[in-house]
Design a protein around this ligand. Structure first.
Ligand SMILES: Nc1ncnc2c1ncn2[C@@H]1O[C@H](COP(=O)(O)OP(=O)(O)OP(=O)(O)O)[C@@H](O)[C@H]1O
Ligand SMILES: [Mg+2]
Length: 363
């Protein structure tokens, strides 16, 4: 292949858009190398992770872009992760790429259910995931994953520090306040002590290398939320709401708090949005329609999706199986896959905005 042809190939590929970010690979400085070797064309591309969701559509787009140019030449794409440089270098959780918190202003809107299913969905997509159930008063992870009564095992590292070892279910490393504290004990704990327990779970657990660590938070804007915002270099927070007016007002408050402490808000998920009649398939928006999306627009936050009111979530929780793994949960596998795809797109967009060098514009 002559140099002119390679140059043309390079130009075409640089015009292909990153499927999530909607930005050309050229502007992202993503095309590392183009080589012609052993009768095949090799493209080396480097992008902001996670890439599980981008690799396939990108592969397709690059092949389409080259279709006329190299009709008979086999094309091989090598897509690898661009190393992440954190905006604030942190000694806390250095082995974790993305730290996500699931929060809400109001209690009982489905945070824990959604955190668990998002974590499992991420794991199903081939990423390494941890889940930290930070709800001291009402830990949920033990119930949702069938881990009740399980103690947290520990070991000593080389420096003699005691490290908790997460339980693993459905590919998710799980640690819960419920493993270390009884509910009755928790009820009498106050501010600084609570924060201390939370910090212990973050710092003294052998999380290992993770793509994602998901924090399931207690409701409201209390000590745990503030400790987390100060100590943990969060990638961002996902807010959960239901369509009722009261829950929406609580989201506003929650959004304001996270903005004050500089935690990016990645999006809103609306839970219990509608009920699908099991007999006729009719979708009834029981608590009103469009509230979550409207609020998201008003607050300038991405809307990540809706989930139905569905008794399966309760049943799955009673059985200790996350809905996306439940034999009757096919629809939830699809719903959560869609939500996670949106979420991952927002994470990559956010990292692009904060970490990539600014685009050079010549006028
Ligand atoms: N979409 C849904 N349809 C039916 N039941 C649901 C749905 N979402 C959550 N639930 C149920 O509602 C209850 C509360 O959910 P969950 O514990 O996830 O909420 P939470 O926001 O974490 O609550 P808390 O504020 O107490 O931590 C659970 O019994 C759960 O099974
Ligand atoms: Mg909860």
């Amino acid at each position: 292949m002559d140099p002119d042809q390679l140059k043309q190939i390079r130009e075409r590929i640089e015009q292909v858009h990153d499927p999530d970010l909607g930005v050309p690979l050229g502007a992202l400085n993503a095309l590392h190398d183009v080589q012609f070797r052993d009768g095949q064309l090799e493209l080396y591309i480097e992008l902001i992770p996670p890439l599980q969701w981008v690799a396939q559509p990108l592969d397709r787009a690059c092949r389409e872009a080259l279709a006329e140019l190299v009709a008979d030449t086999p094309v091989q794409l090598y897509v690898r992760e661009r190393p992440i440089s954190r905006a604030t270098p942190s000694s806390i959780l250095p082995g974790v790429k993305y730290l996500l918190a699931i929060a809400s202003g109001k209690g009982g809107v489905g945070k824990s259910t959604i955190a668990a299913n998002i974590a499992v969905t991420l794991a199903r997509a081939g990423t390494t995931v941890g889940l930290l159930d930070a709800d001291i008063y009402g830990p949920s992870a033990p119930t949702l994953f069938g881990l009740q009564g399980m103690p947290l095992h520990a070991r000593k590292d080389e420096q003699g520090r005691v490290l908790g070892i997460p339980h693993e279910r459905y590919g998710v490393r799980i640690v819960s306040m419920g493993f270390v504290l009884q509910r009755e004990q928790a009820a009498i704990l106050r501010g600084p002590l609570l924060a201390g327990y939370f910090t212990t779970l973050v710092e003294q657990v052998e999380w290992g290398e993770l793509d994602f660590l998901v924090f399931d938070l207690p409701p409201g804007t209390g000590d745990i939320q503030l400790t987390m915002a100060q100590k943990v270099p969060l990638t961002g927070v996902v807010l959960i709401t239901t369509p009722q007016e009261l829950a929406l007002a609580d989201v506003r408050r929650s959004a304001t708090m996270f903005r004050r402490v500089n935690v990016p808000i990645l999006g809103i998920v609306e839970n219990m949005s509608y009920f699908t009649c099991p007999h006729c398939g009719h979708r009834e928006p029981i608590f009103g329609e469009g509230g979550g999306r409207q609020l998201a627009e008003e607050l300038g936050i991405p809307f990540l999706g809706q989930l139905p009111l569905d008794p399966l979530l309760q049943r799955a929780s009673d059985e200790g199986i996350p809905a996306v793994e439940h034999p009757a949960g096919t629809h939830f596998r699809h719903l959560f896959a869609d939500i996670v795809r949106e979420l991952v797109r927002e994470i990559r967009r956010h990292c692009y905005r904060t970490q990539a060098p600014p685009l050079e514009i010549s006028l």
